[in-house]
Design a protein. Structure first.
Length: 341
């Protein structure tokens, strides 16, 4: 999969430009906001390149600021008119986390997720993924982006070639450490196995969207679960941990808390039983459900605390994660682009 940067390099090479010139463009590509600012090149060359290659792969970006916190959401209109969203979240200590989308829509159809209702429109290209980070880099450019999470629209492992290449670019050209990249996946059948076998896939952190302790419950809310078992997902996690690192807390289990659907003590007990032996290598994130059009309710505080207690008793570190950006629909699972009415 060739990127715009590859095409630029080929063009410069064909013109007989020296290697350092190509490197100058590469450096500028990840640090400068537009062709005009690439002052290491002659004005003429800049103009020529600008005519052939646009600086960003998408023409339009509309930014929404949260009035409650400093989270920002951007709606990106892609070259073919499709829309995706990306979120910029300043952290407490002068750093930022960017949440990126990997597909337009998603084909997995999880019942509690707004993106799931759109269906899959198409995969994003490598450029379209990386450019979400490049775009945010030039907004508040004095605050470094230290973390990137694949928690926006789409299932990253269903677009794994482009996601893999994008991650490599983030690591090599955007100075994002591989342990500061989180790939969140619903772990559809076969996906973890493929990831483990792919030795070229960088050692990023994994977040597995599990959402249930039993197969019966998971099958109800995660349609892609029908052809697999939680036992198989557990084996996939064990294989990933063994093949990559044994670092503490390397894998997170994500669990969206839905009232009386998956928040019962029996689900917590089943989860604890399956994952207890991995308690020093995993942690659980309980996520209060963010409202969508689905006919579901967020768990009560009481249910969440009981659930957390059961996991903690089994030695599994468990946090309840309140999302940022709720007021601008930037929270996870609300990343659906609503048509203008
Ligand atoms: N497709 C991937 C990544 C995108 S979703 C995945 O499913 O992991 C990112 C996270 O948001 C997942 O853990 C997902 O389960 C969660 N999520 C989806 N809808 C949500 C909602 N309405 N409220 C809270 N979290 C939600
Ligand atoms: Fe897709 Fe993830 Fe939403 Fe499920 S939760 S529909 S996998 S984006």
């Amino acid at each position: 999969m060739e990127t715009t940067l590859d095409h630029i390099s080929e063009t410069l090479q064909a013109q007989g430009q020296p290697r350092y010139r190509i490197n100058q463009v590469r450096t500028a590509w990840f640090t400068q906001p537009n062709w005009d600012s690439v002052t290491t090149l002659s004005k003429q060359l800049r103009q020529d390149l600008a005519q052939q290659f646009s600086w960003l792969s998408f023409p339009t970006v509309k930014v929404f600021n949260s009035p409650k916190d400093s989270t920002q959401k951007a709606i990106i209109t892609l070259a073919d008119g499709q829309k995706v969203e990306t979120v910029n979240m300043p952290n407490s200590r002068d750093t930022r986390t960017v949440c990126v989308s990997s597909q337009v829509g998603c084909g997995m159809g999880c019942t509690f997720c707004a993106t799931g209702t759109m269906g899959l429109k198409r995969n994003l290209t490598v450029d379209e993924i990386v450019d979400q980070v490049r775009y945010w880099r030039w907004q508040a450019s004095d605050v470094p982006i230290t973390n990137v999470v694949f928690m926006g629209m789409g299932e990253p492992l269903a677009n794994s070639d482009a996601v893999k290449q994008a991650i490599n670019i983030l690591i090599n050209d955007c100075e994002i450490g591989k342990t500061r990249i989180v790939l969140s996946t619903v772990a559809f059948p076969g996906s973890l196995k493929r990831l483990v076998l792919d030795a070229d896939f960088p050692d990023v952190r994994l977040a597995i969207s599990l959402h249930a302790g039993t197969d019966e419950t998971r099958g109800k809310i995660v349609p892609s679960h029908k052809r697999q078992t939680i036992q198989q997902i557990k084996e996939g996690i064990e294989a990933y941990l063994a093949a990559r690192h044994n670092r503490r807390h390397h894998v997170t289990l994500e669990y969206v808390m839905l009232l009386d659907v998956n928040d019962m003590p029996t689900e917590a007990e089943a989860l604890a039983k399956t994952f207890k032996h991995l308690s020093h290598q995993i942690k659980v994130n309980l996520i209060p459900w963010n409202q969508t059009d689905a006919n579901l309710q967020r768990s009560s505080e009481q249910h969440m605390i009981v659930f957390q207690d059961i996991l903690e008793q089994a030695g599994i570190p468990t946090t309840i994660r309140y999302s940022k950006g709720l007021d601008i629909s930037a929270a996870c699972g609300q990343l659906v682009v609503k048509p203008l009415s």
